[in-house]
Ligand binder design. Sequence first.
Ligand code: NAD
Length: 308
Amino acid sequence: MKVTVVGAGAVGASCAEYIAIKNFASEVVLLDIKDGFAEGKAMDLMQTASLNGFDTRIVGTTNEYSKTAGSDICVITSGIPRKPGMTREELIGINAGIVKEVASNLEKHSPDMVLIVVSNPMDTMTYLAHKATGLPKNRIIGMGGALDSARFKYRLAEALDAPISDVDGMVIGGHSDTGMVPLTRLATRNSVPVSQFMSQDRLQQVMEDTKVGGATLTKLLGTSAWYAPGAAVSSLVQAIACDQKKMFPCSVMLEGEYDMNDICIGVPVLLGKNGIEKIVEIELNAEEKAHMKESAEGVRKTNDLLEV
Ligand code: NAD
């Protein structure tokens, strides 16, 4: 199992580290445009192998795509992250050019890859990857919902004063501060709806904190977060590599599902060796449907800025 991660920055390196620590891939290629940067990150990570007990070989390269040839899974994390006060949508000007070029370079060398897009604005970058490559729809996946759901579970556990493993919940919709749709109605603690343990006001607060999860960290760190994003990507990569058929909300091209067409937005999917094995259509109530519709309008507005 060969995995390529483009962008050896904060998220790319964290993602490579988690993949290696989980020890399911034979090789991870880290590629970056900055001279020597990916080679340095790869060497540093390889020097943790004997300490962390993994056998995955991590190789770094400065923009040499021939080294990525034959990758089963490729991840795009290249591009600028947001600074405090910025929205993800503001990154489109620079990141669209980078994602378009990187996606077609990857496709040339790994035509059978499953592609995971991480760069922001992620739903629009995933849509762009569909337009810029000839990959089938099941092999292009945007990562956002897995991270947003992890942040939702963190906030739920905090509000419940419960261990995170007791808590389940999912965030669908667009990967933006206003577009996320945390499904509070379906969130549970050991199968019991969380609404039985907290007031509607507290639940509303959990929802608001989840939606600004990325912005909160950007303000604290001065740049966007990397541990949870890297861990979330590594979970998607593992589900595909190990054919787990595991369910995650991911940004995928919809063709009629959830009454939407020609848009990439977060919905639950099963991930396995073919990438998206199935789009799972769950029954949403009227309020959730309205939130999804609003969220899609936001994503379409950003898509309209693309020149494809
Ligand atoms: P970073 O600046 O630390 O790393 C980005 C790396 O991309 C840099 O090392 C840079 O040299 C490299 N790069 C730029 N252009 C390139 C090109 N053409 N080819 C190869 N490499 C190139 O940024 P980061 O914090 O790792 O964030 C990366 C991206 O991921 C940002 O767009 C950020 O907004 C996004 N992000 C998405 C999520 C998500 O949930 N989808 C979460 C966190 C961050």
